[in-house]
Design a protein around this ligand. Structure first.
Ligand code: KIV
Ligand code: ZN
Length: 515
């Protein structure tokens, strides 16, 4: 790899998953991991294997699946953590262990209650242990930007001597500014012995809205790996947004001579859409690059300019990030082949039972709806990748409601493979449906939010419902899509319940949730 090639380290499935409501099950993570490989990221941080059996399973499944991408598991410096991370990624073609410990005095005193000497011992031990399992070891100094610089030099020197191949300098609390961060990277590159033989990496959080700017400044100072997430999801205000940092490097290549990434930028928009559909967390309309309005020109004077020459108001084209126009794509006579091709163009490589389920949904939608848009297909795909090892399967819904009658819902589900049915009344139709499902699944969860929106314009648009529920501090979002909003509501609730179940069944008893 050339010295000016920036490695894109995607942590959507780990740091990103730590955003409220963004937790994903194994099937969803696998679909995203496949898409991230198509996008061309260099490293996928697939999870935190010690956190739960579910995390371990997902990391292992991704490690087994991917061909071209380095698959990385996160670990604190504890023996068991490193062991679990190593076991989870050992099946990967290119495995990496990423181990970390906090280095700021604030964290040492209040969180770890460790001396600096003890931290150095931990770094040395953990990196050496990781190196017995894999050749590719990344070490992170958590809260690096609030750490004493000379101590950071000691920490990173210790990591290099123990065999680390990548040194990551996280701005864990999103505190630094571009100039300061660039100077820190330059200082470390100058003062850490062996710096020339390792890759410096940056990991920024967006608490002050500076994550992308800080990452770019670090690149100027010689960092060669950027840690980021699709749609910028992540703890609190999120992480460096992959699409923003990559498109900044590409669009302003004049400012970063020779610098390149391996990202296939036309896969950016499909990746963003897939993440939103899987998690149910939509991006804000004015979000750079992938927001609904990012390429919409509202003012007449702008529209006039763009029609005359796009360059007047467009610094990059929507096509360059894979935003296909919202054209009619398929009809009810389209067959399997055309359907598969169109999905591939949109960035969805689904196979087997997932594909069959999506195709059946497409056929029934095409019967009901005159025109099928790309957004409809995205919604169908996200609906179809939900359910392979689910405990609860939605069967059918019969609803009586209206201005003259009390709402009643009759819901049929499969619970652990057994068909069950319940009829209940409620304050409104959604309440009646949810009560029936709650009774059938015996859930102890609490409903936090219910949202509905139309997938496309038009009276025959599909409705997309997101349901947020919470149990024992774990919050998940479920999605459902259907021409009938009430059916979409039932599916969304069942999807959310399955996500909760998935996490419950794979909980690892004394492990931390997140970091
Ligand atoms: O923000 C952070 O410090 C992290 C580390 C684990 C890299 O996410
Ligand atoms: Zn982080």
């Amino acid at each position: 790899m050339s010295d000016d090639r920036i490695r894109i380290f995607d942590t959507t499935l780990r740091d990103g998953e730590q955003s409220p409501g963004c937790s994903m099950n194994r099937q969803e993570k696998l679909s995203l991991a496949r898409q991230l490989e198509r996008l061309g990221v260099d490293v996928i941080e697939a999870g935190f294997p010690i956190a739960s059996d579910g995390d371990f399973d997902s990391v292992q499944a991704i490690a087994r699946e991917l061909d071209e991408t380095i698959v990385c598991g996160l670990a604190r410096t504890g023996k068991l953590d490193v062991e679990r991370a190593g076991r989870a990624v050992e099946v990967a073609k290119q495995p990496r262990i990423h181990t970390f410990i906090a280095t700021s005095d604030i964290h040492l005193e209040h969180k770890l209650r460790m001396t600096r000497d003890r931290v150095l011992e931990e770094v040395d031990r953990a990196v050496r242990q990781a190196r017995t399992m894999v050749d590719d070891v990344e070490f992170s100094a958590e809260d690096a930007t609030r750490s004493d610089r000379d101590f950071l030099v000691d920490v990173f020197r210790t990591a290099v001597e123990a065999g680390a191949t990548t040194l990551n300098v996280p701005d864990t609390v999103g505190y630094t500014t571009p100039k300061e961060y660039g100077e820190l990277i330059a200082f470390l590159r100058q003062n850490v012995e062996g710096a020339d033989d390792v890759v410096f990496s940056v990991h920024c959080h967006n608490d002050l809205g500076l994550a992308v700017a800080n990452s770019l400044s670090a690149i100027r100072a010689g960092a060669r790996q950027i840690e980021c997430t699709v749609n910028g999801i992540g703890e609190r205000a999120g992480n460096t947004s992959l699409e923003e940092v990559v498109m900044a490097l590409k669009t302003r290549a004049d400012q970063f001579p020779g610098i390149e990434t391996g990202i296939r930028t036309r896969e950016i928009y499909p990746s963003s859409r897939l993440l939103s559909s899987v998690t149910g967390v939509q991006v804000q309309p004015n979000k750079a690059i992938v927001g609904d309005n990012a390429f919409a020109h509202e003012a007449g004077i702008h529209q006039d300019g763009v029609l005359k020459a796009a360059i007047t108001y467009e610094i990059m084209t929507p096509e360059s990030i894979g935003r296909a126009s919202n054209e009619l794509v398929l009809g009810k006579h389209s067959g399997r082949h055309a359907f598969r091709d169109r999905l591939l163009e949109l960035g969805f490589a689904i196979e087997g039972e997932e594909f069959e389920r999506a195709f059946r949904r497409f056929k029934s939608l095409a019967d009901a709806k005159k025109v099928i848009f790309n957004e409809d297909l995205e919604a169908i795909v996200s609906d179809s990748i939900q359910a392979l090892d689910d405990r609860f399967v939605f069967g059918s819904l019969l609803l009586t409601c209206g201005s003259e009658t009390a709402p009643r819902a009759k819901v049929a589900l499969e619970v652990d493979g057994k068909a069950v049915e319940r009829e209940t009344s409620g304050v409104g139709p959604v309440d009646a449906i949810f009560r029936a499902i709650a009774e059938l699944t015996e859930t102890g969860s609490e409903l936090i939010q219910y949202r509905v929106h139309a997938v496309t314009a038009g009276l025959d648009a599909q409705g997309e419902v997101s349901v947020t529920i919470e149990e024992e501090g774990r919050r998940v979002i479920g999605n459902g899509v259907h021409e009938d909003v009430m059916v979409a509501s039932a599916k969304a609730y069942v999807h959310a319940l399955n996500k909760l179940e998935w996490h419950k069944q794979r909980r690892h008893v004394d492990a931390p949730r997140g970091i």
